[in-house]
Design a protein around this ligand. Structure first.
Ligand code: PEP
Ligand code: MN
Length: 367
């Protein structure tokens, strides 16, 4: 299916500094906490937008579920006092109406809501032909089409000020990240939708404060257009996501140390880059030659096994190949997990090819 979104770039609707830094507490808890946090954040020049959750989607009922509509008034006060734009998560029609009543600047849709196309469709219909900017987090599960589907539903409703937020994906182990970044997914999203602005939410990826600088730097190095970071005036007292919220001082230090690579730098370095890229293209061509040669040998082996009635998969041989490959690869400084993944992918394809050959020869015999 052809995917094309009609999107207005961030710089055409938002006068905030670049990269776009959105910061604020996971949840609005009290008026004082909102105002104190907003005022501390407003003193950090890189930050353009203040965020706070008003309705909190919690895993279990009974946990703190957000302060509700009264929190919107606190956010409006914070906007008045600081000049920061304000962003709020919405999950249903009532939330949207309340945000419109309070003239909230930017909405975002959370990861759990994006996983549900019924909710997204409903939200898209209510927002139809409004001019409000909407940020759409990735769904909890690593399904790029679900994410694209949500972006398309909103865009088809006439929402053009759209930003995708990469906040990582549920992983069973939860280690070392609360939500696995799976960088290949936002990279693929950008490949499919080059004009879509993508920012990163390192707080929900990391689940703790230690890993936030690394993840944020990686997002910047990949060319993402901004960050959404949770900050609380007293992080240790936060009612939600207590382990991952930075203090305003920590946010400032971390933003001051962030390396932002500009497009200008890339242009200056373009020549050296072109040379290296042509080396890569050449190496990729060689890699393809070698892979296709390996597959031809695999086919010969498949025919031989079929002829002599030997099973396609031989555990002893596979263990030997695997062990040698990893040992030799490691000696060349390659990552073990990468080697295992690569060899397993090649092996899976080899088994598939041999199974095809087994079928093909039996088919011929029966004719
Ligand atoms: C949040 O940003 O506070 C939030 C609930 O995030 P997510 O939807 O990514 O879980
Ligand atoms: Mn949170």
């Amino acid at each position: 299916m052809q995917t094309k979104l009609n999107i207005i770039p961030i710089c055409d609707w938002c006068s905030c500094p670049t990269p776009l830094i959105i910061s604020g507490p996971c949840s609005a808890e009290t008026e004082q906490q909102v105002l104190e946090t907003a005022e501390a954040i407003a003193g950090i020049q890189q930050v353009g937008i203040f965020r706070a959750g008003i309705w909190k989607p919690r895993t279990r009922p009974g946990d703190f579920e957000g302060v509700g509509i009264k929190g919107l008034k606190w956010l409006c006060k914070a906007r008045e006092k600081t000049g920061l734009k304000i962003a709020v998560e919405i999950g249903n029609v009532d939330h949207i109406n309340a945000c419109f009543d309070h003239e909230i600047d930017i909405l975002w849709i959370g990861a759990r809501t994006v996983a549900n196309p019924f909710s997204i469709q409903e939200i898209a219909e209510v927002l139809e032909n409004t001019d409000i900017p909407v940020m759409i987090k990735n769904p909890v599960n690593p399904d790029i089409n679900l994410w694209i589907g949500a972006l398309e539903r909103l865009n088809q409703s006439g929402i053009k000020k759209i930003i995708a937020i990469h906040r990582g994906f549920y992983s069973y182990s939860g280690q070392p990240y609360r939500n696995d970044p799976m960088w290949e997914i936002p990279i693929e999203l950008k490949r499919i939708l080059p004009n879509l602005p993508v920012i990163c939410d390192p707080s929900h990826i990391c689940g703790n404060t230690n890993l936030i600088p690394d993840i944020s730097q990686k997002a910047m190095d990949l060319g993402m257009e901004g960050l959404m970071i949770e900050v609380h005036i007293r992080p240790e007292q936060a009612l939600t996501d207590v382990a991952q919220q930075l203090s305003p001082a920590q946010l400032k230090t971390f933003l001051d140390n962030l390396v932002i690579r500009s497009n200008k730098d890339i242009n200056l370095l373009q020549h050296g880059l072109e040379e290296l890229r042509s080396e890569i293209d050449h190496t990729d061509a060689e890699l393809l030659e070698i892979l296709s040669k390996r597959m031809q040998i695999i086919e010969k082996i498949g025919r031989y096994k079929k002829l002599h009635n030997i099973t396609a998969f031989q555990v002893k041989r596979w263990n030997e190949v695997r062990e040698r490959f990893i040992r030799k690869g490691a000696l060349k400084g390659m990552d073990k997990e990468f080697l295992v993944n690569m060899l397993e992918t090649i092996h899976k394809e080899s088994i598939r090819r041999q199974s095809e050959i087994f079928k093909e020869i039996s088919g011929n015999k029966n004719q």
